[in-house]
Design a protein around this ligand. Structure first.
Ligand code: SAH
Ligand code: SF4
Ligand code: F3S
Length: 485
């Protein structure tokens, strides 16, 4: 962990993972053309790349891990902080060299940066042929075909209905054990610092039957864990009427309203050996019903990502988070009351938001002590054009102060992670094996219910196995266990 603190650009172990891009793998089913996708940003964006791969597969493309072999390169981009966009621009300039040798290659920018910048991207980055926003991926084959004829194309139409419910994603970078399922798109929350409502559009929930079907198919293929994804899963709500589905008769309508707790239950009931996770929970919306549903089913993992952003009520109000410090602490007490100490809780924190004072920053540190997060994703504030905060407030905290406050938050989190992990020593836990550990082929890596990585000796186990272990040791980032027969 120490080396991470030194490098302020890499904010935490988790952030390092989040910054990493993912690429497509080699798949050769004899299709005539090759597609390479590089994906940045959040899990939802990675999940979208699986939809994109599926759409392109149906239109004559196999995926490749080697961009030099590709006929089409897509960068599925993120706009959440300025750094995310600079990374993509640097990458585009690297691709410039390749395109010089291979001018017939099509280069597309997808995702949040495409949505934010629209046509401007074509002007600013000459190398780009197509710009396609998150709700327009069905149009990709058409836009690529047009680009192949020499015409650049843009589609950044944001939809109120699109959920890609009927598209069966091609699993990319899969360990064959855990998979992500998007259950909703967009966000209606308008947190003042956040670009997502502008890049992802209005919130809409996906038909629960298509979600259960996708989870069932994954289980049938041998997957053991699904993570249900949305920017704010607690506001998941689906009714045939709301979603304009005329296929059901009137009698079914009333009983068919599905909230997030109902959806969790529907997925948990597929099989006790299918673990269910979800992310992200919004503190203003997480209900007791969801907590009781988690308690009722052993296979719903006891882990909640509950981003606080700040521990100070005035700052939370400026952020337009619509809860205050007391509300947040009450929700955490409820989690502890219903699910106990074992439930993992993680957070996102933003240091140095507009006008944040030293005392208000101290409130973030103190709420961390109260909640005792298992881990956190920690950032300093990065002003995003067009957001409410950019329009209304001055980004007035100097960078060195933002970084110092962030460092204090990281230090605090490292201590808390260490403490929380030490509490696990001696405990008996069930882990799901995900594959070999990074360090040694003689060891396996699994995850406990609270989403912590546990390393064990290989023995005769393999990925996909559930193994009961006793925790013997830990670092702030990892637990070590021995098998209990
Ligand atoms: N929907 C999730 C968050 C999605 S964005 C939620 O509401 O919690 C992931 C995280 O990025 C946010 O939780 C926030 O901590 C961080 N983030 C978003 N905009 C940011 C900005 N402008 N500067 C710094 N961090 C930001
Ligand atoms: Fe952004 Fe807030 Fe929506 Fe999360 S809930 S995506 S932080 S606007
Ligand atoms: Fe980034 Fe868009 Fe996700 S801005 S964090 S890729 S929703």
């Amino acid at each position: 962990m120490e080396n991470i603190i030194k490098d302020i650009d890499i904010i935490s172990a988790q952030e390092a993972q989040a910054c990493d891009y993912k690429t497509t793998e080699d798949e050769n089913t004899g299709k005539s053309k090759k597609l390479y996708i590089e994906s940045y940003g959040c899990q939802m964006n990675f999940s979208d790349s699986e939809i994109v791969a599926s759409i392109m597969k149906d239109n004559g493309f196999d995926t490749t891990s080697d961009f030099e072999q590709a006929d089409v390169i897509f960068l599925n981009t993120c706009s959440i902080r300025e750094k995310a966009e600079t990374t993509v621009r640097k990458r585009l300039s690297q691709f410039n060299a390749i395109k010089k040798h291979k001018p017939e290659m099509t280069i597309g920018v997808l995702g949040c940066m495409a949505e934010r910048l629209k046509e401007k991207l074509l002007e600013e980055e000459q190398i780009v042929d197509v710009v396609v926003g998150p709700d327009a991926y069905r149009d990709l084959p058409n836009l690529v075909a047009t680009a192949e004829e020499g015409n650049k194309g843009v589609n950044t139409f944001l939809s109120r209905e699109e959920t890609y419910a009927d598209i069966s994603p091609v699993r990319l970078n899969s360990n064959g054990v855990s998979a992500f399922i998007s259950i909703m798109r967009g966000c209606d929350n308008m947190c003042s610092f956040c670009v997502v409502p502008f890049t992802r559009g209005r919130e809409r929930s996906r038909d629960p039957h298509s979600i259960v079907k996708e989870a069932q198919e994954l289980f049938d293929k041998g997957f053991k864990e699904v993570t249900l994804l949305g920017q704010n899963v607690d506001s998941y709500k689906w009714s045939p009427e709301e979603n304009n589905k005329a296929r059901l008769n009137k009698k079914d309508d009333a009983s068919e309203i599905v909230n997030f707790a109902n959806l969790l239950e529907m997925v948990a009931l597929i099989d006790p050996k299918l673990r269910v996770r979800f992310s992200t929970s919004h503190p203003k919306d997480i209900t007791d019903e969801v907590l009781y549903t988690m308690k009722k089913y052993d296979n719903i993992c006891k882990y909640i990502h509950l981003p606080v952003q700040s521990g100070n009520s005035r700052v939370l109000e400026l952020m337009n988070r619509t809860y205050d410090r007391e509300w947040y602490i009450e929700r955490v007490s409820k989690i502890r009351e219903i699910l106990g100490e074992e439930c993992g809780i993680s957070s996102d924190m933003i240091a140095g938001f507009c006008t944040e004072t030293e005392e208000e920053h101290q409130d973030t540190l103190s709420i961390m002590d109260i909640v005792r997060y298992d881990f956190s994703y920690m950032f300093y504030y990065s002003e995003r054009p067009g957001t409410l905060a950019a329009k209304k407030f001055k980004d007035d905290i100097p960078l060195d102060i933002k970084k110092r406050r962030l460092n204090e938050i990281i230090d605090k989190q490292n201590k808390l992670s260490d403490e929380r992990n030490k509490m696990d020593i001696g405990k008996i836990q069930e882990i799901l094996i995900e594959g070999e550990s990074k360090r040694s082929t003689e060891q396996l890596k699994g995850r406990n219910t609270a989403n912590k990585v546990v390393i064990i000796d290989k023995g005769n186990f393999q990925k996909g196995d559930y193994v009961t272990v006793r925790i013997t040791d830990c670092t702030p980032a990892t637990l070590f266990g021995e098998v209990v027969s």
